[in-house]
Design a protein around this ligand. Structure first.
Ligand SMILES: Cc1cn([C@H]2C[C@H](O)[C@@H](COP(=O)(O)OP(=O)(O)O[C@H]3O[C@H](C)C(=O)[C@H](O)[C@H]3O)O2)c(=O)[nH]c1=O
Length: 176
């Protein structure tokens, strides 16, 4: 696995190294020792699967406040997404900045998003399945969010959303 840190401290693009043969390939997609060697302390507490029927389905921007903040390890099992992290940590040099990466089932690449960041994605194809590991269990009633188009972040999405939940349309404006 190769780890490339982004401009958001602790936020990494990860590229697994598949072992290919005439059957296809095998790739390791999580290993606490390899993550620790890259400076990432991440223990998998929960895995989520998100099926998205339409292209340009947008989910986000979601997070949980401390002490329930979640780190996330995101990858695509089918299709492709534009995956985005926003740094919500006032002490971070990248406070309020965003990073977007294209994750595809073909590349089996991953995005690691540390605690203290909001996360969201826009699917780039129909029938996109997103698999993501969480560093903490989900706690009902502690999910928070900001709008995907909040001017405080000015995220440059590659396309406008064609599908968006009611909740994702009604998050409060960022006031940090
Ligand atoms: C996240 C989560 C949700 N739920 C329940 C709560 C709702 O009744 C239902 C759907 O939840 P929601 O509409 O928030 O799902 P998404 O809009 O896909 O949100 C997720 O997608 C964005 C991109 C994220 O980064 C978060 O991990 C997560 O918030 O599943 C659970 O039971 N466990 C969970 O871990």
């Amino acid at each position: 696995m190769t780890f490339t840190e982004t401009k958001i401290p602790g936020c990494f693009l990860i590229e697994p190294q598949p072992w290919r043969d005439d059957r296809g390939f095998f790739a390791r997609i999580y290993c606490p020792d390899e993550f620790a060697a890259a400076g990432i302390d991440f223990t998998l507490a929960q895995s989520n699967f998100s099926r998205n029927d339409k292209a340009f389905t947008l989910r986000g921007m979601h997070f949980q406040d401390p002490p329930l903040a979640e780190a996330k390890l995101v990858q695509v099992a089918r299709g492709a997404i534009f995956d985005v992290a926003v740094d919500l940590r006032p002490e971070s040099p990248a406070f309020r900045q965003w990073v977007g990466v294209e994750l595809t089932a073909e590349k089996i690449n991953q995005f690691y998003i540390p605690e203290g960041c909001a996360h969201g994605f826009l699917t780039l194809t129909a029938d996109t399945d997103v698999l993501y590991g969480m560093g903490r269990r989900y706690v009902p009633g502690h999910a928070r969010g900001y709008r995907y188009d909040d001017p405080a972040f000015a995220i440059a999405w590659p396309h406008s959303p064609a599908s968006l939940s009611q909740a994702d349309q009604t998050w409060p404006a960022f006031a940090g």
